[in-house]
Design a protein around this ligand. Structure first.
Ligand code: CAA
Length: 292
């Protein structure tokens, strides 16, 4: 099995920056790429904060934290192209943008570099098809937020994905300290096929007046041993992301109403309440953020 020592992560948002720090903490050199310098600086700030917390908790020494940070290069253009054994795309959840990035990945990285996407719902087969002969190196590597904490990586193979690509991806997931579990390329894969309808149903329960958000979350948290309730989790994921994943299920699975995004969810998204990232979603975080 290939010993992965260098990867590129394309996209330095919440997921991309989380994947980068998780890989660096596992001893892998990382090139963190984003078109936005500001986004790269935010990612670096997040990396410093995460490492600082580990030092404060005496999980690593300052020297180890410095060495981990030094493993990450930040670039607005591709870097470590020749050395990267994996390029993991974690950019905007938009199929056209992802296909454009994949076309660039095929051009930039070596002929044996594995081309992974952290998409939460876009068809891996459709991305693979867009890269022609490189299709056998395309795979889904779906991480969970917050990446350094969540143990799973859902590995999604499509028809074109080779056995070698699957094996290498499972091995990288393990090397990053995760438990990789493979699934097939269906709308929402396993995680979002099961999770999102539950979140959507929580919006329906709120909309129908079954209970207020605090009570819905309290009931699910204490009654089902969830770490956080479905509505607070929706805020963490992003309400726009939840709506978009419901639309992928709605359009892809062919039931007229079963996967339709709840009106309440759509209403909040359209009013700009997207969750933690805008300071207001189901819950209002603005006062807490101002006093933090
Ligand atoms: N980055 C790094 N570490 C983080 C973090 C972040 N963004 N957020 C929290 N942590 C760490 C904290 O530092 C803390 O670590 P220590 O124990 O080492 O101090 C630990 O996680 C616990 O954090 P807190 O004490 O602040 O809070 P908590 O105990 O309430 O846990 C939580 C917070 C980890 C987010 C927990 O509530 C949880 O697991 N929630 C569920 C998250 C979940 O389901 N994620 C999946 C979403 S679905 C998805 O991502 C895929 C998709 O396609 C939509």
């Amino acid at each position: 099995m290939l010993d992965v020592n260098t990867i590129t992560v394309i996209g330095a948002g919440t997921m991309g920056s989380g994947i980068a720090i998780t890989a660096a903490m596992a001893g892998i050199d990382v090139c963190q790429v984003d078109v936005s310098q500001e986004q790269l600086e935010q990612a670096r700030g997040y990396h410093e904060k995460t490492l600082g917390r580990n030092v404060a908790k005496e999980r690593m020494t300052q020297a180890q934290a410095d060495a981990t940070l030094a493993r990450i290069g930040y670039a607005t253009e591709t870097c470590k192209a020749a050395e990267s054994q994996f390029a993991i795309e974690a950019a905007t959840e938009n199929e056209a943008i992802k296909k454009k990035i994949f076309a660039g990945m095929v051009e930039t990285y070596s002929n044996d570099c594995i081309l992974a996407t952290n998409t939460s719902s876009i068809s891996i087969g459709s991305i693979a098809k867009s890269v022609g002969p490189a299709a056998d190196r395309v795979i889904g590597m779906h991480f969970f937020n917050p990446v350094p904490v969540m143990k799973l990586v859902e590995v999604i193979k499509c028809e074109a994905t080779s056995r070698e690509t699957l094996d290498q991806t499972m091995a990288l997931g393990k090397a990053m300290g995760k438990t990789p579990i493979a699934a097939n390329d269906h709308p929402g894969f396993v995680s979002n096929r099961v999770l999102m309808p539950m979140i959507n149903e929580a919006f329906h329960a709120w909309n129908d007046g079954v209970a207020d958000p605090e009570s819905i979350d309290g009931i699910m948290k204490l009654g089902c041993a969830f770490p956080m309730g479905p509505l607070r989790l929706a805020d963490l994921i992003g309400l726009d992301v939840c709506r978009d994943i419901m639309l992928v299920l709605h359009n892809g699975l062919g039931h007229p109403d079963k996967y339709k995004p709840c009106d309440k969810l759509v209403e909040l998204v359209e009013s700009g309440r997207l969750g933690n990232k805008t300071g207001w979603g189901v819950y209002d975080y603005r006062e807490a953020a101002a006093t933090a």
